[in-house]
Design a protein around this ligand. Structure first.
Ligand code: F6P
Length: 323
């Protein structure tokens, strides 16, 4: 019987983390498990900075973006001293389980931790980038793409009024998954992502045949694209097509905030509930995710090694629908 677990959020925050925390806390309480919430990710474990979370502690948070536990990318946790301090605190508090909500870096930390202390660790994929294997959608992704699409719609209004070309940069340091879906939903004319090489050259070529009757053109660029971001893309287009009235818009961190969507809240709740149940069942070093509407568990070792790839059919869809 598990009596006490910890929970933390780590890495970049994402909408839906609070819904996941709430689900973990209330599931644990339902099964008579005490929960300690650690502040600022692994930093809180190192400093023993925690608060006890009861069902009432997570009232009124399901609809809020960010994370009530705060988050950090802990450099200290990458050192032997940092790990040692965290391990000592875990032992002193007699934690038997830990839920880590974060991305691949956070899961690497969890793997390292479990080498040094006997504790059941389960991960919940929390990142707007959706770049983890083992789940169809990470916590935060759905809200982020909805935010991006709303922004594209607004930009489209002004682009059409001026017959302009817009280059819109979206987040995704290593992945083009935010760019891909928002390009489809936003009716974009082109997509540039890190997973597709030479897409800049292809775009320049393609622009020769752009239908002249179009009054607006939207190009979505993932921040990690090898061209070097939206300003670089705009520069290259200008060199070839100086006649275009062109503007750049970088959406930035607005993509990380905001109230989670309905889908986000439900998925985050399902994953949080299953993370606690997994700890109770004795599972460890796995990430809880949802694939084809079913809960599934992926070893951290696999989750941190692979990235979710771009769906080729969706890439083709952008191409076909942009004609
Ligand atoms: O959370 C992932 C992510 O949003 C990336 O897409 C982006 O590159 C990065 O975080 C930026 O994070 P920060 O500004 O917190 O360093």
């Amino acid at each position: 019987m598990i009596k006490k677990i910890g929970i933390l959020t780590s890495g970049g925050d994402s909408p839906g983390m609070n819904a996941c925390i709430r689900a973990c806390v209330r599931t644990a309480a339902y099964y008579g498990i005490q929960v300690f919430g650690y502040k600022r990710g692994y930093e809180g474990l190192i400093d023993n900075d925690f608060l006890e979370l009861k069902p009432e502690s997570v009232s009124g948070i399901i609809h809020k973006g960010g994370t009530i536990l705060k988050t950090a990318r802990s450099k200290r946790f990458m050192t032997d001293e940092g790990i040692e301090q965290a391990v000592n605190n875990i032992k002193r508090s007699q934690l038997e389980g830990l839920v880590v909500i974060g991305g691949d870096g956070s899961f690497k930390g969890a793997m390292e931790l479990s080498k040094h202390v006997s504790i059941k660790v389960i991960g919940c994929a929390g990142t707007i980038d959706n770049d983890l294997v083992g789940t169809d959608f990470t916590i935060g992704y759905d809200t982020a793409i909805n935010t991006v699409v709303e922004a594209i719609d607004r930009i489209r209004d002004t682009a059409e009024s001026h017959d302009r070309v817009f280059v819109i940069e979206v987040m995704g340091r290593d992945a083009g998954l935010i760019a891909l879906r928002s390009a489809i939903a936003g009716g974009a004319e082109a997509l540039l992502v890190p997973e597709i090489k030479h897409d800049m050259e292809d775009l320049i070529e393609k622009m020769k045949n752009w239908r002249s009757s179009k009054s607006s053109r939207i190009i979505i660029v993932a921040e990690g694209d090898e061209t070097g971001g939206a300003y670089k893309v705009a520069e290259k287009i200008k060199e070839q097509y100086p006649e275009f009235d062109l503007r750049v818009s970088i959406l930035g961190h607005i993509q990380r905030g905001g109230n989670p969507t309905c889908m986000e809240r439900v998925n985050a709740s399902i994953v949080g509930f299953n993370a606690v149940k997994a700890i109770m069942e004795g599972r460890s070093n796995e990430m809880a995710g949802i694939i084809n509407n079913k809960i599934c568990f992926t070893p951290f070792s696999r989750a941190v090694k692979h990235r979710q790839s771009l769906d080729k059919e969706l890439e083709l869809l952008v191409e076909i629908l942009s004609s």
